[in-house]
Design a protein around this ligand. Structure first.
Ligand code: DOR
Ligand code: ZN
Length: 352
């Protein structure tokens, strides 16, 4: 009998990817995490939910300088900055931001929706002038899409936000560029898919690989807790379909969000999953398991630059189907952080 030849892709090479949504924090923590992102991703959109939040272009540029300082020598990495939208943000500040080449968007946190979101916006009517300016100047609004109605079930917050807030917002501002960040539901994915090309979405590795059962596997799993929270399996199926579709509307945004291990393993644990060291490998695993490896390149390397009007990276990176092991923890400032898949492995590795 002739030997069966298994025709499976074992190696892929793609333009260096970008991470269109990441949390770097500041100080010692920043210095711990920036190397993980910058070694793999050529650019990253840095979220502004520091304490205090990054609300001005001047603050964003000072923060950017601290990020650049934390990039390892010899590594090419471009931080793309965002401003935190508050009820006191002015159209004048938006004009300065829109003219600045290193600012790519303004982040909407519904007030109190997530980590350090207290300074966010409770009522979008309070920022009408700012949204008008963003629409005119083509500065994208990056949206944490969750309802803040306390009566709303946590698993329904995204769908409710899309229906009650995002839909009407886009009707009022039909030319506003919008990214629905970390989409987690079939409703969110369908909204982005059916919206005009001014609307796009990011997807995280955890929401492509896990559903809400992972929060309760053998006990309560605080390291699987992020916001928006993992949803039912059928939502994950819809996200995989969105990620692997050829419409160019979705791109990689890891939402990697480091919290010190004690802040997660607590009676009131923080929301956030740290995935930067293996985010690209995890995306490859998700696409491979979905039988859609050829679609990975558009998702991690091409769709994001197209939406943000930037060039695709020239450098290339190769991945191979070979397990890479994930440590139990990484140093994080003076403490440690437990990454996604801690102590286990990912099916794909980056070729050194
Ligand atoms: O899980 C999350 N963590 N979701 C967010 O929206 C914020 C993030 C953080 O900053 O920790
Ligand atoms: Zn985030």
């Amino acid at each position: 009998m002739p030997e069966q030849v298994l025709r499976v892709t074992e190696r892929i090479e793609i333009p260096r990817p970008d991470d269109w949504h990441v949390h770097f924090r500041d100080g010692d923590v920043l210095r711990s995490v920036v190397p993980h992102t910058s070694r793999v991703f050529a650019r990253a959109v840095v979220m502004p939910n520091l304490r205090p939040p990054v609300t001005t272009v001047a603050a964003a540029m000072a923060y950017r300088a601290r990020i650049v300082q934390a990039v390892p020598p010899g590594v090419a990495f471009e931080p793309l900055m965002t401003l935190y939208l508050t009820p006191t943000t002015t159209p004048e500040e938006i004009a300065v931001a829109a003219a600045h080449p290193a600012i790519v968007g303004v982040k909407l946190y519904p007030a109190g929706a997530t980590t350090n979101a207290q300074a966010g916006v409770a009522d979008l009517d309070s920022v009408t002038g700012v949204l008008e300016a963003m629409q005119e100047l083509r500065l994208p609004l990056l949206v944490h899409g969750e309802s803040i109605d306390p009566a709303c079930d946590p698993f329904d917050r995204e769908a409710e936000f899309v229906q009650k807030t995002l839909g009407p917002l886009i009707e009022r501002f039909p030319r506003l560029r919008v990214v629905l960040e970390h989409v987690t539901t079939a409703e969110g994915a369908a909204f982005v898919r059916d919206a005009p090309d001014t609307v796009a979405g990011t997807l995280t590795p955890q929401h492509l690989l896990y559903d809400r059962r992972a929060l309760f596997e053998g006990g309560l799993r605080p390291h699987m807790y992020c916001l928006p929270v993992l949803k039912r399996a059928h939502h994950r199926d819809a996200l995989l379909e969105a990620a692997t579709a050829s419409d160019g509307k979705f791109f990689a945004g890891t939402d990697s969000a480091p919290h010190e291990i004690g802040a997660k393993e607590s009676s009131c644990g923080c929301a956030g999953i740290y995935n930067s060291p293996t985010a690209l490998q995890l995306y490859a695993e998700a696409f491979d398991l979905a039988g859609a490896l050829p679609a990975l390149e558009a998702f991690v390397s091409r769709n994001g630059p197209a939406f943000y009007g930037r060039a695709v990276n020239v450098e290339r990176v190769a991945l191979e189907r070979r397990p890479c092991s994930v440590p139990e923890s990484y140093p994080l400032g003076g403490g440690v952080v437990a990454p996604l898949r801690a102590g286990a492995s990912v099916m794909w590795s980056i070729v050194p």
